[in-house]
Design a protein around this ligand. Structure first.
Ligand SMILES: Cc1ncc(COP(=O)(O)O)c(C=O)c1O
Length: 307
């Protein structure tokens, strides 16, 4: 059976000596604890980011921090420090763990401990809980992934705005469970109007007649990789269009690929048992992968302070 595009279970290893950040302290990963009254645990009342390190640099750190703060602001969670202070805390943590390469981490901020554990946020006291966890990660699977179209829809932004990267991944999880059950690697989700939205934890792109197409960021996360790939495709002189995309269009696409911080650019070689293109990464996908691997290695915030 296949595995997910976002990460490949079995190849991602937890750094055994990683020290996790928990509310200002660095704790050995196996000993890190938060309260059973944590808001994230009880109500998915929290926000997070997924960030990646390449060659001693944190890719698009500024954008991840910005999105984390905007997500927190939407949830009315006060992170309790400025973006610059937060960035320094992240870099200190990476330095303390001597992280340099192929590392994916998740800063998680929840509203804090809630006692009694009831929905009313006023039961929270003591400020947010802030956790950084991470693990080593392998490059994206070049051979591509096989996908299904999930029966689970992506959430309408009138319910939870897709711009908020919150801990509520219930429908994404249901979609991923369905893909595992059906022997596929990942699930594509439709929006409530039946157009393509995104994969369970990645954005979606189609290539048709040389044009690079991606769904509007209305029922999908406005991914940082998505934006990077749109810019790279534009710089390559390709037409890039955001619009509603139908199931018929994906089945007739020349190429399909997923994008995400963990997923990077992963070719989709099958949708609902139907082969896409010639069943391998297409020429446009390959050229964007090449451009992307150059950009992640040449840009990013250095972990070691620049003298
Ligand atoms: C639902 C969802 N869509 C898209 C993405 C890709 O976003 P980014 O490129 O910012 O990592 C993610 C990333 O984890 C995700 O969880």
């Amino acid at each position: 059976m296949g595995t997910s595009a976002e990460s490949t279970p079995g190849t991602t290893t937890t750094a055994p000596d990683l020290r996790v950040y928990v509310n200002g302290e660095l704790v050995p990963a196996g000993e890190a604890r938060i309260s059973v009254f944590d808001s994230g645990l009880n109500f998915a009342d929290g926000v997070f980011e997924g960030v990646r390190v390449y060659g001693g640099r944190v890719f698009r750190l500024e954008q991840h921090v910005k999105r984390l703060y905007e997500s927190a602001n939407a949830f009315e969670i006060d992170i309790g420090m400025s973006r610059n202070e937060f960035t320094s805390v992240v870099l200190d943590w990476l330095r303390a763990n001597q992280i340099r390469e192929n590392f994916h981490f998740r800063p998680i901020v929840t509203r804090g401990n809630r006692f009694p554990p009831r929905l009313d946020p006023r039961f929270c006291s003591g400020g947010p809980n802030m956790i950084f966890v991470g693990a080593s990660i392998e490059p994206a699977r070049q051979s591509g992934v096989r996908t299904i179209i999930s029966s689970v829809r992506q959430i309408n932004s009138a319910a939870i705005d897709a711009r908020i990267k919150s801990l509520n991944y219930g429908n994404n999880l249901l979609a991923r469970l369905e893909s595992v059950r059906r022997g596929a690697d990942d699930a594509l989700m439709l929006d409530d109007a039946g157009f393509l939205a995104e994969a369970s934890a990645a954005n979606l792109f189609l290539v048709k007649d040389g044009c690079v197409l991606t769904p509007w960021a209305k029922a999908c996360l406005d991914g940082i990789t998505r934006r990077t790939v749109m810019d790279l495709a534009t710089a390559q002189g390709r037409a890039v269009v955001e619009r509603d995309l139908s199931v018929t269009e994906i089945l007739n696409a020349d190429e399909v690929f997923l994008t995400g911080t963990g997923t990077e650019i992963t070719p989709v070689v099958e949708v609902e048992g139907r082969r896409i293109g010639d069943g391998a990464a297409g020429a446009v996908t390959l050229s964007l992968q090449e451009a992307y691997s150059e950009v992640v290695r040449s840009e990013g915030t250095p972990i070691e302070a620049v003298p």
